[in-house]
Design a binder for this molecule. Structure first.
Ligand SMILES: [Zn+2]
Length: 189
C-alpha cells in the first residue's frame, strides 16, 4: 500500500519542504533542461550533526568564528537545491528552475558544469557514519517526485564523487546505493 504522496513540485518549488532562501544561485543557461540529480553529504562541523550550521552556511550567515573548522571555509558561497536533515526534514534553498552552486568543477557523461543542468540534494551526513533510515525513505520519495516533474532525470542519478572524482568523496562509502534504488523503485510502483 502506498501512502498519499507527501511531496509535489509546483513552479520549481517542492511542496512538503521548508523553504529557506539562499542568495547563492544564478540562472541556468538558456534552453537547459534539468537532466541529472546529484547526491551529496555535508555536515558542519565535519561528522557532527544538528546545530543549524549547514542552513546558515547556505545562507551566507554562518559565524566563521563559531568553530575552528569554519575558518577553513570562510567566505565560501555555495548552496544546494535540497537538504535532508538527520530527522528527515527537507529544506529547499534554491528553486529548481535556478542554478544552485553544489557541484563545482564537474562532468557527467562528458558534459561539464553539472550545476547548469542538475538538481543537488545534500544529505546531512559524513563519509564516516551511516545515514539515518528516514533519510533514505525521504530521499526516495523526493527523487521519485523530481523524476516525475523532470522526466530526463529518471535516467541520470549520480553521487558528487561520480562527477568530481578527483576532488570529492561524497556521498561516501556509507551511502547504500542498492538500498536507495530499491526504495526508489518501490516509490515508483
Ligand atoms: Zn558534495
Amino acid at each position: 500500500m502506498q501512502t498519499a504522496p507527501q511531496f509535489q513540485v509546483v513552479d520549481g518549488q517542492l511542496l512538503g519542504a521548508r523553504q529557506v532562501a539562499s542568495p547563492n544561485f544564478n540562472q541556468r543557461p538558456e534552453n537547459t533542461e534539468i537532466q541529472l540529480i546529484v547526491i551529496h553529504n555535508i555536515s558542519l562541523p565535519p561528522s557532527q550533526f544538528g546545530g543549524g550550521y549547514i542552513e546558515q552556511f547556505f545562507q551566507n550567515q554562518l559565524d566563521w568564528s563559531a568553530h575552528p573548522y569554519f575558518k577553513t571555509i570562510e567566505g565560501m558561497q555555495v548552496s544546494t537545491h535540497l537538504l535532508i536533515l538527520r530527522t528527515g526534514e527537507v529544506l529547499q534553498f534554491v528553486n529548481f528552475k535556478d542554478r544552485a552552486w553544489h557541484a563545482g568543477r564537474s562532468s557527467y557523461l562528458g558534459k561539464i558544469e553539472c550545476n547548469d543542468y542538475s538538481i543537488g540534494i545534500e544529505l546531512e551526513g559524513s563519509d564516516d557514519q551511516e545515514f539515518e533510515h528516514v533519510q533514505y525513505n525521504v530521499l526516495a520519495q523526493v527523487v521519485a517526485t523530481l523524476q516525475k516533474a523532470y522526466p530526463k532525470t529518471s535516467q541520470h542519478l549520480a553521487g558528487h564523487s561520480d562527477i568530481a572524482p578527483n576532488r570529492k568523496t561524497d556521498p561516501g562509502p556509507h551511502f547504500r546505493w542498492d538500498d536507495f534504488r530499491t526504495q526508489l523503485h518501490k516509490q515508483k510502483q
